[in-house]
Design a protein around this ligand. Sequence first.
Ligand SMILES: *[C@@H]1O[C@H](CO)[C@@H](O)[C@H](O)[C@H]1NC(C)=O
Ligand SMILES: *[C@@H]1O[C@H](CO)[C@@H](O)[C@H](O)[C@H]1NC(C)=O
Ligand SMILES: *[C@@H]1O[C@H](CO)[C@@H](O)[C@H](O)[C@H]1NC(C)=O
Length: 323
Amino acid sequence: MGAGRLLAGLLLTVGAAARWVATPDTVRPRVVREQLLWVSGEGHGGVHTFRVPLVAATRGGALVACAEGRKRSAADVGAKFIACRHSPDGGATWGPTRVAADDGSAADGLNLGALAVVGDEVLLLFARCAHPPQACGPPSTHLLRSRDGGRSWGPPQNLSGVVGSEVFAPGPGYGIQPYELPDGSIAVNIRNQNSYRCRCRMVARSWDGGETLPPAAVTFDPALVDPAVAAGVLVTGDLVFFSNPAHESQRVNLTLRWSFTNGTTWWGHGLQVWAGPSGYSSMAAPPPGAQGPAPFFYLVYEKGQTLSTETISLATISIAGDP
Ligand SMILES: *[C@@H]1O[C@H](CO)[C@@H](O)[C@H](O)[C@H]1NC(C)=O
Ligand SMILES: *[C@@H]1O[C@H](CO)[C@@H](O)[C@H](O)[C@H]1NC(C)=O
Ligand SMILES: *[C@@H]1O[C@H](CO)[C@@H](O)[C@H](O)[C@H]1NC(C)=O
C-alpha cells in the first residue's frame, strides 16, 4: 500500500509538472544563458561582419544557427558565405563554423534567408543577386537541405523555376509554418520600412493559408515600436513571442514581448534583453513534446557595444524564469 501511494504521489508530481500553464503570473521570461556564436572583424578568421542570424531547434534537443559571413564589408551587397554552427545538446556545446554555401567573390552574392525544420530535414532558404542592378546576374532563390540536423548541407537547389526570378528575399526567420496562429489564420508581422502611419510594425493576415493577404486586413501595432528592422516572432504553446530593437529610430534596446491573445495584444513592457545596439533577431523553441516542465526557447540576435553588427549572440530564455 505504501508503494502504491508513493507511486500515485510520483504520478501526480509528474502530471503536475507536465501541466505547466502559461498565465500572466507564470510567464516571467528570463535570460538564463548567453553565448557569442560569431564575432565580426579581421581578428576573427578574417570575416568582416556576421549578420542576419537564424536559429532552429532540431531533433533530440539539437540546435543549428546560421548567419551571413560578409567577407570584406558590412554592406548587404558584396561577397558572402553562409556560416552555420551546430549544437548537439541544446546550446551547452557548439561545433565549429561550417560553410553551408559560398558565393566566392560575387559582386552582390547571397543573402539569408530562412531556416525551417520539416520532418527529418532542416531547410535553409537564401537569395542570390537580391540587389539589382549590381553586376551579379538575375535574382534567384535557393534551397539547401540537411538530413543530419544542420551539421552538413547538400548542394543548393535553384528555385527560380518554381518561384520565378523576382527579388524574393525569404525571411529572415523560420518561414511560415509555425507562424500560423491557433485560430488558423496566418499573421505576417512586417517591417514598416518607410514608417508608414507609425514608427511601428505592420501586420497582415491571411485566412486562406496564405493565398491572399488582403490589404484591407493590414493593421498597425503601435505597441510594437520599431526602427524598421527584421524582427523575430515565435509561437510556442499558447504564447506568441516577439523580439526587436524597441526604439523609434535606432537599433537599440533589444526587447522581448509576449502575448496571451494570439499576438493581438502584448503583456506589460516586455523584457529588455540588451539595452545597447542590437538589430535583427530570430527565435526557435523545441517542439512542445520535448519541452519538459520548464519551457524555454532560443533567441539569436545582432548585438554590440557601439554597433549592432559586432557580434551574433544566442540567448537561452526560460519562459517561467527558472534558473
Ligand atoms: C537560377 O535559375 C535561373 C533560371 O533558370 C537562372 O536565370 C539563374 O542564373 C540561376 N541562378 C544561379 C545562381 O544559378
Ligand atoms: C487564440 O486562438 C485560439 C484558437 O482559435 C482560441 O481558442 C483562443 O481563444 C484565442 N485566444 C485569444 C485570447 O483570443
Ligand atoms: C526599451 O523598450 C521598452 C519596451 O518598449 C521600453 O519600455 C523602454 O523604455 C525602452 N528603453 C529605452 C532606453 O528606449
